[in-house]
Design a protein around this ligand. Structure first.
Ligand SMILES: Cc1cc2nc3c(=O)[nH]c(=O)nc-3n(C[C@H](O)[C@H](O)[C@H](O)COP(=O)(O)OP(=O)(O)OC[C@H]3O[C@@H](n4cnc5c(N)ncnc54)[C@H](O)[C@@H]3O)c2cc1C
Length: 262
């Protein structure tokens, strides 16, 4: 028997697959904002979840192609504080993908999505300490945004520097929100590197992340405390390379937390 937890009277169950083991909960899409970099989906869960900043949910859709159902991971970019039934994910369309084009283009307010979570260990709270060195590429920026938003919402003032690698400003995830936070939070620094735009003055760097960049951003800034913890998220090759480069700068592996997004 299929379970259905319809959250509102207008909800649309077209994406729901059979869930005989009752492992999934239904979340209602209550907000959709389609941007060039990603679609921001606001989901309303049935109950207030126990979340840590940086965690992700699995999203499962019924699809036309065999086996008829497919699931993918999406990081929460919202702050888990104050506690709420609503969470936000940022979905970047992968051309030819099974799930992301549907989430990015076709899902609408009122649709129900099956979700499961939270999962993930790329998490931070005030009990973990700091300062933090955050390195994100592509959608790997999303869990780091959740951490910065959480610290802001709790007024924690733990120094954090986010090095954000994107192709260009158009594809930089949540760029306006991050820049707004950097303007008002004296403890938060945002550094962009754009790999495909050699002219944009809003980026400090215009190349892929390398060891010199990591050293300049995190290790040799005179007035910024050196991070005691690093959080790295993005494509697998970027994560491996960044861990290795941080190692070459003398950062021990134990203080580097990372998550692959592909
Ligand atoms: C822990 C975790 C957190 C994640 N968080 C986010 C997030 O916040 N936002 C987000 O948009 N995505 C996120 N992802 C990626 C997401 O789970 C999917 O992999 C992505 O949306 C593609 O799914 P798809 O079904 O559209 O593509 P698929 O049907 O799985 O893949 C289609 C084709 O694209 C290739 N491909 C798959 N993923 C990527 C990629 N990311 N970039 C380039 N090519 C790819 C595949 O090799 C395949 O050839 C996360 C992944 C993980 C593991």
């Amino acid at each position: 028997m299929t379970t259905r937890t319809v959250v509102s009277g207008t909800a649309n169950d077209r994406w729901l697959a059979a869930d005989r083991a009752r492992m999934w909960e239904d979340a209602e899409v209550v907000g959709v904002e389609r941007r060039a970099a990603a679609a921001l989906l606001r989901l309303r869960l049935v109950e207030v979840p126990d979340l840590l900043p940086g965690q992700y949910y699995l999203v499962r859709l019924a699809v036309d192609a065999p086996p008829g159902v497919v699931e993918q991971a999406y990081s929460l970019c919202s702050s888990p504080y104050p506690r709420s039934t609503e969470v936000e994910i940022a979905v970047r369309e992968v051309p030819g993908g099974r799930v992301s084009p549907l989430l990015a283009r076709q899902v609408e307010v009122g649709d129900l999505l099956q979700v499961r979570g939270p999962f993930g260990f790329l998490t931070w709270t005030e009990h973990d300490g700091g300062p933090l060195g955050l390195v994100g590429a592509g959608t790997g920026v999303a869990p780091l945004v959740s951490i910065v938003r959480y610290a802001s919402a709790r007024r924690l003032a733990v120094p954090m520097t986010l090095l954000c690698s994107s192709r260009d400003r158009m594809t930089a995830l949540l760029v306006d929100e991050l820049e707004a936070l950097a303007r008002v939070l004296p403890w938060f620094k945002l550094v962009h590197t754009y790999t495909r735009n050699a002219h944009d003055p809003s980026a400090r760097y215009r190349r892929r992340i390398d060891a010199d960049m990591l050293a300049e951003v995190f290790e040799t800034q005179e007035h910024t405390p050196r991070p005691t913890l690093y959080y790295v998220a993005g494509p697998g090759d970027m994560v491996i390379a960044t861990r290795s480069m941080l190692g070459s700068l003398g950062v021990v592996d134990d203080v580097i937390y990372s998550e692959d997004h592909a």
